[in-house]
Design a binder for this molecule. Structure first.
Ligand SMILES: *[C@@H]1O[C@H](CO)[C@@H](O)[C@H](O)[C@H]1NC(C)=O
Ligand SMILES: *[C@@H]1O[C@H](CO)[C@@H](O)[C@H](O)[C@H]1NC(C)=O
Ligand SMILES: *[C@@H]1O[C@H](CO)[C@@H](O)[C@H](O)[C@H]1NC(C)=O
Ligand SMILES: *[C@@H]1O[C@H](CO)[C@@H](O)[C@H](O)[C@H]1NC(C)=O
Ligand SMILES: *[C@@H]1O[C@H](CO)[C@@H](O)[C@H](O)[C@H]1NC(C)=O
Length: 409
């Protein structure tokens, strides 16, 4: 302490000036490089929303986004705050601040009993469950928003916030199909894909690809996991906040937009977006939905979830004592019971150990838990295990084929 107070103040000021100058120069160089990398003159921009200005005037709180790269609007700035609150810094790999819903304790003896018995389908139990679900919501009509279920200019209540609603802009309404593509459809066998590490070395890919309809959660990586997780997709969901905002840096540069659209081309079928999920991510969701116009010409078609459908599914699970928001996996499984005559689940095992006590990796494509967990996955799994026990859904846990044996006999 004494030493510091004896130091010459002029010397300190000089040193500080030097540090300041060097910092400024370094920052300038970094920013110059950043600008050169992210702003190549050749990048084409094809989206433009000439009507945005009039929408802003019509609906004050739903300010659509400027398409100018690197100019975050107020809504984006608010979204940045939301992401910061829940997100982590991937660069350091160190969790910053995250939310973890406490998980219900699971009785492993019970789970063991359920999964040691041979699975037996029960048409009667399946039909009873489907009828109950249908009494809450018509999934064929509402799982995908359409011009039949959404009116231009109407206020839709957000799926996750009963006290927040947002206007359906005319251009968003125009992008919706005339009617839900699931209307009048019933798929014989569906596969719903979870992301549990239980799927690793399962060799279930072929069996999954033989399903009539394959549902996937949150655009999972595909090409390196074909043997275990299959290669076909008929519908994949996409979380606007954790995937688009976080992984693609809020799409704040045209390069990021291009990368995002390019990455999506490994999927086919429908890309399902919960645009009307949360008020805080709504305007960004709109921007993403509009951006997906550029998928025209690829095998992937955008689809918007109807918040009323999620609420119907949520009610059914609230009746079964689920206190937290249903996860995408549970949501898709429930929906599949309405749309398919047989529902096979793969990669559903959120517990840290299998019934023999072996460790189960968190995800089959990465071994780290998500920084944000809004769901009680353990309780949900208990409920799904009960559906498995009753012969309503089939949760596949073991290997689909034993590759080593097949190769050497
Ligand atoms: C950002 O965009 C708004 C209009 O959307 C404009 O008024 C403002 O000047 C822009 N800011 C910068 C830094 O370019
Ligand atoms: C249907 O569910 C009931 C419990 O609700 C169960 O006792 C019964 O065994 C199930 N039926 C079949 C065929 O598994
Ligand atoms: C909606 O309700 C939640 C709690 O139920 C509250 O925290 C939030 O502030 C409310 N939002 C609005 C916009 O009223
Ligand atoms: C599901 O996707 C596969 C592969 O793209 C396709 O062949 C099949 O027709 C799709 N099924 C339905 C019902 O759309
Ligand atoms: C998609 O592209 C086709 C031509 O490739 C065009 O006729 C159609 O209008 C486009 N659809 C939209 C919504 O832009």
């Amino acid at each position: 302490m004494g030493q510091i107070s004896e130091m010459n103040p002029e010397y300190i000021i000089k040193a500080l000036k030097k540090v300041l100058i060097i910092s400024c120069m370094t920052l300038f160089i970094i920013l110059s490089f950043h600008y050169m990398i992210y702003h190549p003159q050749t990048v084409k921009r094809t989206t433009s929303h000439s009507n945005d200005a009039s929408y802003v005037r019509m609906f004050k709180h739903n300010k659509p986004h400027s398409t100018t790269a690197r100019n975050l609007s107020e809504a984006d700035a608010a979204l940045v705050q939301v992401i910061k609150k829940f997100s982590y810094k991937p660069k350091t790999g160190k969790p910053k601040k995250f939310h973890r819903t406490p998980q219900t304790a699971v009785n492993m003896a019970l789970i063991r009993d359920i999964f040691l018995s041979k699975w037996k389908e029960s048409k009667a139990n399946f039909t009873a469950f489907r009828q109950e679900l249908n009494s809450y919501i018509d999934s064929h009509k509402y799982f995908a928003a359409s011009q039949e279920t959404v009116v231009a200019g109407e206020q839709l209540t957000m799926a996750h916030q009963d006290n927040v609603s947002r206007t359906v802009f005319p251009d968003i309404h125009e992008r919706l199909p005339k009617e839900s593509p699931f209307k009048g459809k019933m798929f014989p066998r569906c596969a719903v894909m979870g992301s549990s590490g239980m799927l690793s070395n399962s060799h279930c890919g072929e069996e999954i690809d033989r399903a009539d309809y394959v549902f996937r959660c949150n655009i999972p990586p595909m090409k390196d996991f074909v043997d275990d997780a299959g290669s076909l997709t008929n519908l994949t969901t996409m979380n606007i906040m954790t995937i688009v905002a976080d992984r693609y840096h809020l799409l704040s540069t045209s390069l990021m937009e291009d990368k995002f659209l390019r990455d999506l081309q490994e999927y086919s079928g429908y890309l399902w977006l919960p645009v009307y999920g949360m008020g805080s991510t709504y305007s960004f969701g709109l921007r993403v939905f509009r951006l997906l116009d550029r998928l025209n010409g690829t095998n992937l078609k955008p689809m918007m979830g109807h918040p009323e459908h999620f609420r119907g599914v949520k009610k059914l699970w609230e009746k079964r004592d689920l206190k937290h928001r249903p996860s995408t996996g549970l949501y898709l499984t429930t929906t599949a019971i309405a749309l398919c005559d047989k529902v096979d689940l793969y990669g559903f095992w959120p517990l840290p150990r299998d019934i023999d006590g072996n460790e189960v990796p968190y995800h089959y494509y990465e071994d780290k838990p998500s920084p944000t967990i809004m769901h009680d996955f353990h309780f949900e799994f208990l409920k799904l295990a009960q559906l498995h026990e009753k012969g309503i859904v089939h949760i596949h846990t073991g290997k689909c084929k034993d590759v080593e044996k097949a190769e050497f006999t």
